[in-house]
Each structure stands twice: as C-alpha cells, then as structure tokens.
Design a protein around this ligand. Sequence first.
Ligand SMILES: Nc1ncnc2c1ncn2[C@@H]1O[C@H](COP(=O)(O)OP(=O)(O)OP(=O)(O)O)[C@@H](O)[C@H]1O
Ligand SMILES: [Mg+2]
Length: 94
Amino acid sequence: MSTTIIAFFNNKGRVGKTSLVYHLAWMYAELGVRVVAADLDPQANLTAAFLDEDRLEELWPDGDHPQTVFGCVQPLLQGTNDIPFHTWKISKTA
Ligand SMILES: Nc1ncnc2c1ncn2[C@@H]1O[C@H](COP(=O)(O)OP(=O)(O)OP(=O)(O)O)[C@@H](O)[C@H]1O
Ligand SMILES: [Mg+2]
C-alpha cells in the first residue's frame, strides 16, 4: 500500500500554514480522498479548526490526555517507558 504524505513547511510564523492544511484536508476529504490531518503543533490550532469546543474539552481533561498525540508520547518524555531508557543505553555505549 502506498500513501501520499503532504507536508507544509515555512519557517516564518503566522503565514497561513495551518489554514492551508485545514482547507486542503477537508477539501480532499470531500473529494473522497481518505485524509489524516496530524496536528503535532502544541498550539493545536489545526485540531481546534476541526473540532467544536465540547470535543476539544473531552480531548483535554485535567490530568492525562490518552486520546491525544501528546498523551501517546508523554510516557517517553517522562522517561517512564522502556523506549527512552533503551535509546539512552545505546547512545551511552556507542
Ligand atoms: N489566505 C489568508 N488570508 C487572510 N488571512 C489568513 C489567510 N490564511 C491565514 N490567515 C489568517 O492568518 C493568521 C495565521 O494563519 P495560520 O494560523 O494558518 O498561520 P500559521 O503559519 O499556521 O501560524 P503559526 O506559525 O502560528 O503556526 C490566522 O489568523 C488566519 O486566520
Ligand atoms: Mg500553525
């Protein structure tokens, strides 16, 4: 299976990156293309563009956020998962 990945990059801020991704994502979806919009920006503006306030509040409760990208990588950031420990061991012995 091949998948087309479109990435937008511009090192300037506030030039419309998120807006462009948002509009292309829903337009491709309307054309029948299966689209995943991956929002890795801590500002979460792309997520906010797609979801209403109630859904955003559901995704970001007090405490852990298991339904978010941040929730998935949080154990790695906290070093409570095997993966960062394993990576650290490799880099220390290399
Ligand atoms: N084509 C456009 N015409 C007018 N205003 C626009 C256009 N595209 C985006 N904007 C507005 O410009 C502002 C910045 O847009 P956007 O958040 O998409 O930029 P960004 O590059 O993702 O910003 P950031 O660097 O903060 O992530 C927003 O207020 C948005 O509504
Ligand atoms: Mg943005």
